[in-house]
Design a protein around this ligand. Structure first.
Ligand SMILES: Nc1ncnc2c1ncn2[C@@H]1O[C@H](COP(=O)(O)OP(=O)(O)OP(=O)(O)O)[C@@H](O)[C@H]1O
Length: 371
């Protein structure tokens, strides 16, 4: 129904506050209609980038483009942007329908057209029944739906959302992120979403940019950043993982193998690495809890179960390895009994999906972007 969305491009964008550079030469392309998330720890520059798109932040270098138009100096009011923030910022003295109609009145849309669009959008965000209610009589989630309706009723070219769910409780966050995703898909509007919550990012996004200290570490689909993290920062920031010290060695017929612990050898023919004969290289491997399995043939890393938590769908184990490192293991409950605390186990690693990094953790040695 809305097809005015734009593609957004950042070309060598620089942001400085005084002498401090918080974003050094960042480049990124967001597709038309895409749900794109900026994800990273507090202070990494997500909000700074979002505010540049909105026009609230000056740009110290490079170009911000909407389609092919450079936007650097276009004032916020001329950018046709819808925005939703953490604190809903809806007017307490206007009812739901009046709140949503506000932006249309400002744009001098006729009364009938206003009513039609307000009712259509309230239907989309599923709060039509509350249209005559005052905000104070709405739940947090309902208020956030009003904020969302108000942002999209003006047919913006871009929808910007900055941590829109952080004031909601856990269950409501999950409900609302599903609602946001559904509504975005229905409306088809280019959306830039900011969050520090990796699970939320995975749930809503078409693609995610993982940021650290103003620098994009990786751009990819939720599946790509989870399964093939570009570096150890991304591997540990997205989902949970265990990082183990290991050695890359020359196996039979010159194929690279990874040695973990004293004698556990992982065949990894896919690795992008040259190993000189007799010259082991230190590496780090990232093994997600679900990539450990209890070994059936005795091959693997031995350890002792120090904690077990039965969660229904699966069971989480903490296993202390012989070198003292504790690792997290997830077992599917359906296929196994809970292993009791104190028991000795041998953990095998599923080599098909793990990731191997150079010693600095900066370079992923696995071949190919995706599994
Ligand atoms: N007005 C300002 N003046 C000086 N420095 C600022 C200003 N606004 C932000 N910064 C700095 O820029 C960096 C990026 O901030 P930004 O708010 O974009 O981070 P963020 O990733 O959105 O973090 P959060 O999740 O905490 O909101 C931080 O180091 C911050 O201290």
């Amino acid at each position: 129904m809305y097809n005015m969305s734009v593609a957004i491009s950042f070309k060598d964008i620089v942001k400085k506050y005084g002498d401090t550079t918080v974003i050094p030469e960042l480049s990124l392309d967001i597709q038309k209609g895409e749900f794109f998330t900026l994800l990273g720890p507090s202070g990494c520059g997500k909000t700074t980038l979002l505010r540049m798109v909105a026009g609230f932040n000056s740009i110290e270098g490079g170009d911000l483009g909407f389609n092919d138009k450079v936007m650097n100096n276009v004032p916020p009011g001329k950018r046709n942007i819808g925005m939703v923030f953490q604190n809903y910022a809806i007017f307490p003295h206007l009812n739901v329908a009046e709140n949503v109609a506000f932006g249309l009145q400002n744009r001098k849309v006729g009364k009938e057209e206003q009513q039609r669009r307000v009712s259509e959008i309230l239907d989309t965000v599923q709060i039509e029944v509350y249209k005559n209610r005052m905000p104070k009589n709405l739940s947090g989630g309902q208020q956030q739906r009003v904020a969302l309706a108000r942002a999209i009723v003006i047919n913006p070219d871009v929808l910007l959302m900055d941590e829109p769910l952080s004031n909601l409780d856990a269950q409501l966050r999950v409900d609302m992120r599903n609602a946001i995703k559904r509504i975005q898909r229905e409306v088809g509007i280019t959306t830039v979403y900011v969050t520090h919550d990796q699970e939320e990012a995975m749930a809503v996004s078409d693609r995610i940019a993982v940021m650290k200290s103003g620098i994009i570490q990786q751009v990819g689909t939720p599946r790509e950043v989870y399964q093939r993290p570009a570096n150890l920062f991304v591997a540990t920031f997205i989902g949970r993982t265990n990082v183990l010290e290991a050695q890359l060695e020359n196996g039979a017929e010159g194929r690279p193998v990874v040695r973990v612990g004293s004698s556990y050898i992982l065949e990894m023919p896919e690795l992008q690495a040259e190993v000189k004969p007799d010259a082991a290289v230190d590496v780090k491997i990232s093994v997600r809890p679900e990539e450990f399995v209890l070994s059936e043939d005795g091959q693997g890393l031995t350890g002792k179960v120090v904690n077990n938590v039965f969660l229904g769908l699966n069971t989480h184990l903490v296993v202390e390895l012989e070198n003292g490192q504790e690792v997290e293991v997830i077992q599917q409950s359906a296929v196994s009994a809970v292993v009791e605390i104190g028991r000795k186990v041998t953990l095998a690693i599923l080599t098909g999906t793990i990731n191997v990094y150079d010693a600095s953790g900066e370079r992923n040695l696995n071949r190919g972007p995706q599994l």
